[in-house]
Write a protein that binds this ligand. Structure first.
Ligand code: PAN
Ligand code: ZN
Length: 186
């Protein structure tokens, strides 16, 4: 047995990674200026509040290599809008990604370069094949942390600037009912 290498691990129930060197990044409310539609509700939030944490295995980043990471998106709202990730296109537009729902529930907002948006339901066991040329954002519509595993090419990179004007859909809590709203300038 001792001849086998012990690979890194993911705990399926909550997405905790172990067994390898990790990179961790917390995204706080203060870093999400302009992301939520209700600016005054955003400015009243605790700027230090962590909206999501990303953990990934520190691995070689050359062309052809893959990153494996987990996003833990906490439950909450800014105004009536659910907590969400900033969202991005890949800098290398043709590069896709796969997300796997592990814990909690929410939505994956996908948007083409032409601005066409669609939503996939995220739940433990869901598999989301994000094609190239498609922006992506996680939205936590539940009461508990939404954790999703992701695998993406190291060469993909992130382009946040192209969506600085926002996505074409917003997801809000309408008295306990999840509602989607189309945005004109999205
Ligand atoms: C994910 C995201 C992660 C955080 O690992 O980077 O969910 O979202 P933002 O990067 O939009 O803040 C991924 O899609 N990587 O490519
Ligand atoms: Zn991505």
């Amino acid at each position: 047995m001792s001849a086998f290498l012990l690979p890194p691990q993911v705990a399926w129930a909550d997405g905790v990674l172990s067994g390898g060197p990790l990179i961790r990044k917390s995204t706080r409310m203060q870093a999400l200026a302009g992301v939520f539609s209700n600016q005054s509700a955003w400015s009243e939030c605790d700027p230090e509040r962590v909206v999501y944490d990303v953990e990934l295995f520190d691995s070689p980043s050359a062309e052809g290599e893959l990153y494996v990471g987990v996003t833990h998106l906490y439950a909450g709202r800014v105004g009536d809008e659910f907590f969400m990730t900033r969202g991005h296109f890949h800098q290398r537009r043709e590069q896709g990604e796969v997300y796997f729902g592990l814990h909690g529930e929410g939505l994956l907002l996908l948007q083409s370069e032409q601005g066409e948006a669609r939503l996939e339901y995220v739940f433990p066991g869901s598999v989301h094949i994000i094609p190239g040329n498609t922006a992506h954002r996680l939205i936590n519509t539940g009461a508990v942390t939404l954790s999703a595993l992701a695998v993406w090419p190291c060469a993909a990179g992130h382009d946040y600037a192209s969506l600085a004007g926002g996505f074409a859909l917003r997801v809000v809590d309408d008295d306990g009912v999840v509602q989607t709203k189309e945005v004109q300038n999205g």
